[in-house]
Design a binder for this molecule. Structure first.
Ligand SMILES: [Zn+2]
Length: 210
């Protein structure tokens, strides 16, 4: 893993500086990949695109608008930059807040938030199967899956495999199997078999594929 410069962003509400690492290169050595595409890779960390201010809890996008500079290890010392808090990923409740208040400005940002919400929910469901016993949580989860199915265009197998997974997560096993049967790409042969097996077992939980 080869890190690139650190990017410095300011909170648009209170101006507190935050830093975000960047990667020149990374790899998936030792990665854990789940059936919903969520990957935990020590050599290729998932760098957040949106964060929560450590001072005032304002949620803001890490974009050009809030970028104030960069620094690299061989740059002159800039204490303010170096002492800035590292950005972190949003937790479930913050992701829900972003969705409920439509704090995204286009379909790419909406997709990013909804995919993260899907992943965070799926990880929590592995540990707490009662989570969706709460009606509000259940409709949030289901509506999010339905909207993600719309946002994935479904033109190619690399999207259709995730549309199939979303239907399986929703418990629509027949729909999932129909889509799986349409996959042609050899790359998804193993995944397809694993998902078909889960459908036959009526198991809708996310699982480790690698
Ligand atoms: Zn702030």
């Amino acid at each position: 893993m080869l890190p690139g410069p650190n990017y410095i962003y300011k909170c648009p509400k209170c101006n507190t500086l935050h830093q975000q690492m960047s990667l020149m290169s990374g790899n998936t050595f030792g990665a854990m990949i789940y059936s919903d595409g969520n990957m935990f890779a020590p050599m290729m960390p998932d760098i957040p695109k949106i964060t929560l201010c450590t001072e005032c809890r304002q949620i803001f996008w890490l974009d050009e608008q809030n970028l104030v500079g960069t620094y690299d290890f061989n740059d002159p010392i800039n204490e303010a930059f170096e002492q800035a808090a590292s950005v972190s990923h949003l937790y479930l409740e913050d992701l829900i807040y972003v969705i409920e208040n439509s704090l995204y400005r286009n379909e790419d940002e909406e997709f990013y938030i909804r995919q993260r919400l899907w992943w965070v929910f799926n990880q929590k469901l592995l540990k707490d199967s009662e989570l969706l016993g709460n009606q509000h949580m259940k409709s949030l989860y289901q509506n999010n899956c339905v909207r993600l199915i719309e946002l994935f265009k479904g033109e190619y197998d690399n999207e259709r495999v995730f549309i199939a997974e979303l239907y399986r997560n929703l418990g629509q096993f027949d729909r999932c199997m129909d889509i799986l049967k349409s996959l042609q790409d050899e790359e998804y042969k193993e995944r397809k078999q694993a998902l078909l097996k889960k459908c036959k077992e009526k198991d809708n939980k996310v699982f480790l594929v690698k």
